[in-house]
Design a protein around this ligand. Sequence first.
Ligand code: AMP
Length: 182
Amino acid sequence: MAKLTICMYGAASDNIDSFYITETEKLGEEIAQRHHRLIYGGGATGLMGACARGAARKGGTIIGVVPGFMNEMEPINSNCTEIIHTETMGERKQIMEDNADAFVIAPGGVGTLDEFFQILTLTELRRKSAPIVLFNINGFYDDLISFIYVGIEKGFIREGVRELFHVCNTAPEAMDMIEKTL
Ligand code: AMP
């Protein structure tokens, strides 16, 4: 199949169980082994760093999209094969969204949740049409998924939103889902 650009969102935090790190490294490996490209926030830490590390291990193409101010705060991940510098966080999000054929959301904090809901909203409003996979390592997103379903039952979230994202527990499952959908 044609080479896809996979946008990965996920935690910057390193203060997490090693299980999440290992599973996300596998995601990076899986992306590269299937000859797809990774585009992500360019961070070296947490699950961002883990995904890039996995992809690098298998010789993958890794595009980091980094706003200037972050550059000054921390080093850019040396595993990136290409860096796109942006002025603002907004511009960075836009570049990741515009270039991605699919989105994988690994466990994360408010940054990751913001990115998930932004892409979900854009998809709901038909500004973007690309598979969205919640990478539900260790059931991390179970409560969030239940909450979305509560929102649907109570009429706050449209029924159709249920179909706008997939939930996958392993890296091969996530990539199979994306390849099957596209
Ligand atoms: P969080 O989930 O709060 O850890 O934020 C991680 C998400 O926000 C990633 O998907 C990145 O796109 C972005 N982000 C937050 N902090 C950083 C950072 N230090 N370096 C690169 N990207 C970051």
